[in-house]
Design a protein around this ligand. Structure first.
Ligand SMILES: Cc1cc2nc3c(=O)[nH]c(=O)nc-3n(C[C@H](O)[C@H](O)[C@H](O)COP(=O)(O)OP(=O)(O)OC[C@H]3O[C@@H](n4cnc5c(N)ncnc54)[C@H](O)[C@@H]3O)c2cc1C
Ligand SMILES: NC(=O)c1ccc[n+]([C@@H]2O[C@H](COP(=O)([O-])OP(=O)(O)OC[C@H]3O[C@@H](n4cnc5c(N)ncnc54)[C@H](OP(=O)(O)O)[C@@H]3O)[C@@H](O)[C@H]2O)c1
Length: 466
């Protein structure tokens, strides 16, 4: 057994209950998750360093008009662009629902602010900047510092990072190795593209790209586009492109109650079953037998969890997009509470969930909140996996929390001793879902839940900064 493995074993044997104390904690990433994690860790009395490879806080919400060099995102040596935002993107949640619980995302006066209820992406970036400034988190963030390796030695975490050279190239790269009691991973999971496998695609002569690299519709003018996937990106981007493209054909593998064929309200959008194959003559054939001659195949097929810097000696793995084993999607039982993940669940309201998870991690690290024994946490995870399997859910849906996010949040709240999700937030989320389903083109500008908005606005004034 090598030294690293034996120190791993020692870590795994450590009792999960820790004496109430302040810890040295590294947070990887200064997006929404890293910011709220840093705030909660500070509130709990921990010492925090936030590593951020970019120049600003905000992660996903820092729109970058430049896409990556490889439009499919397959080249491992490409320079990574973190954000997958496109120019026209507006939030798909109303601001009352979307914001952190104790820092409401209310409309603000000021140059460049967007007061709409479902604002454009820049408004979210400004909100996160405000959050970081108001909670004095910026002073703990090391910008332009990429984490290259996180691993364990002698029961501690070693974080190896590299500070980027100055723009003029005069400053040298600075490599550091630092030691922490705990590491909280907040590196986001909407950056590494997942691509659909298409039989025959290697001989197909057209262009392919992933929605991660989609910014504006102009390059698709007068083109025939096959777009794969009908979740949020597929739905939004297909409409964006249809404004200029000749034809947009959407290929979907999990067809629900949508109708195959020409889409109502559009002259140039068709819905199809999944692609059966692509051919050297340029045709793309769908499983229903129909075929088209597209210029581009655009994969709106989502993203992969990716932790290129993390070395846990396979205690935590990513298998078909399942990050595990993780107790309640946060703590690996054998490494708890010294390693944690904030923000893995999807099909959720992200920011308030990040806030609950962060409170939990901070409280467990200080010893205020006690975790079950590693064996018990592992049993909980195994039971959870068995239930997923019995329900016929693929592994890749492990962190899909569409059916129980509020139950999960309320469980976390109870563990943390804080109030559960507001009733208006739950109802507003459901109302938005119904409205989006019924009126996908207009739900961001027309709504019927005014009574819930009033309830939210009655709630918000209680949240004064500290
Ligand atoms: C297209 C799109 C639209 C969305 N729309 C909405 C919406 O309308 N409403 C909503 O609530 N949510 C939306 N989301 C979800 C969104 O991802 C979350 O709101 C949230 O921004 C995620 O924050 P995060 O901190 O987990 O990740 P990110 O925002 O991705 O932040 C991760 C941070 O980690 C840094 N990082 C990564 N690796 C390293 C490293 N090795 N070293 C140092 N730093 C590193 C990155 O630079 C980045 O700043 C959307 C997501 C996408 C992709
Ligand atoms: N603010 C906004 O309006 C907005 C816009 C875009 C995105 N977003 C957010 O961004 C995040 C990512 O959304 P996303 O739409 O990019 O990804 P996503 O939600 O993961 O959806 C990916 C889609 O691609 C399908 N898919 C995946 N692999 C496939 C394959 N091999 N073959 C065929 N189909 C495949 C999936 O189908 P299965 O379900 O069958 O796997 C799913 O429908 C979400 O949190 C979303 O809310 C928000």
């Amino acid at each position: 057994m090598d030294m690293a493995s034996s120190s791993l074993q020692r870590l795994a044997m450590m009792p999960v209950q820790v004496s109430r104390s302040s810890r040295n904690v590294a947070v990887i990433g200064a997006g929404a998750a890293g910011l709220v994690a840093a705030r909660e860790l500070r509130r709990e009395g921990h010492k925090v360093v936030v590593y951020e490879q970019g120049q600003k806080v905000g992660g996903t919400w820092i729109y970058d008009p430049n896409a990556e060099s490889d439009p499919l995102g397959l080249d491992p040596s490409r320079a990574i662009v973190q954000s997958s935002l496109y120019d026209s993107l507006r939030t798909n949640l109303p601001r009352e629902v979307m914001g952190f619980r104790d820092y409401p995302f209310v409309a603000k006066e000021g140059k460049g602010r967007d007061p709409r209820r479902f604002p454009g992406h820049r408004e979210v970036f400004l909100y996160l900047e405000d959050f970081a400034r108001d909670f004095e988190i910026l002073e703990f963030v090391r910008f332009e510092t990429e984490v290259l390796h996180v691993g364990m030695e002698e029961g501690k975490w070693i974080v190896k990072s590299r500070k980027r050279a100055g723009a003029d190239g005069d400053d040298p790269l600075i490599d550091s190795d630092e030691v922490y009691d705990g590491v909280v991973i907040c590196n986001g999971h909407f950056t590494e593209p997942r691509i659909a496998e298409i039989p025959g695609i290697d001989s197909w002569p057209g262009k392919q790209m992933h929605s991660h690299n989609y910014r504006v519709p102009d390059p698709f003018r007068d083109q025939v586009v096959v777009l794969i996937g009908s979740s949020s990106s597929g739905a939004d981007i297909s409409r964006d492109i249809a404004r200029v493209a000749k034809e947009v054909h959407i290929a979907v593998r999990s067809i629900t109650n949508e109708t195959i064929g020409k889409q109502p309200g559009y002259e140039n959008i068709w819905l199809h079953s999944m692609i059966k194959g692509a051919h050297g003559d340029g045709t793309v054939v769908f499983q229903d037998g129909s075929s088209v001659l597209p210029d581009v195949v655009l994969h709106c097929t989502g993203y992969k969890y990716h932790f290129p810097f993390l070395d846990t000696h396979d205690i935590v793995t990513v298998d078909d997009n399942r990050v595990g084993p993780l107790y309640k999607h946060v703590f690996p039982p054998l490494l708890a509470p010294w390693l944690s993940f904030i923000g893995l669940p999807w099909k959720v309201i992200p920011l308030p969930m990040f806030e609950f998870q962060s409170k939990w991690v901070a409280g467990v690290l200080s010893g205020r909140i006690v975790l079950p024994l590693p064996k018990e946490m592992m049993e909980d995870v195994e039971n959870f996996y068995s239930k997923l399997e019995a329900a016929g859910w693929p592994k890749r849906y492990t962190h899909n929390m569409a059916d129980y996010q509020f139950e999960y949040n309320d469980w976390l709240a109870t563990e943390c001793g804080c109030s559960v999700s507001e009733e208006w937030r739950k109802q507003m989320y459901e109302a938005t879902g119904r409205s989006k389903q019924a009126r996908p083109e207009t739900y961001r500008d027309l709504w019927e839940d005014q009574n819930l908005i009033s309830q939210a606005n009655e709630d918000f004034p209680q949240y004064k900064l500290r």
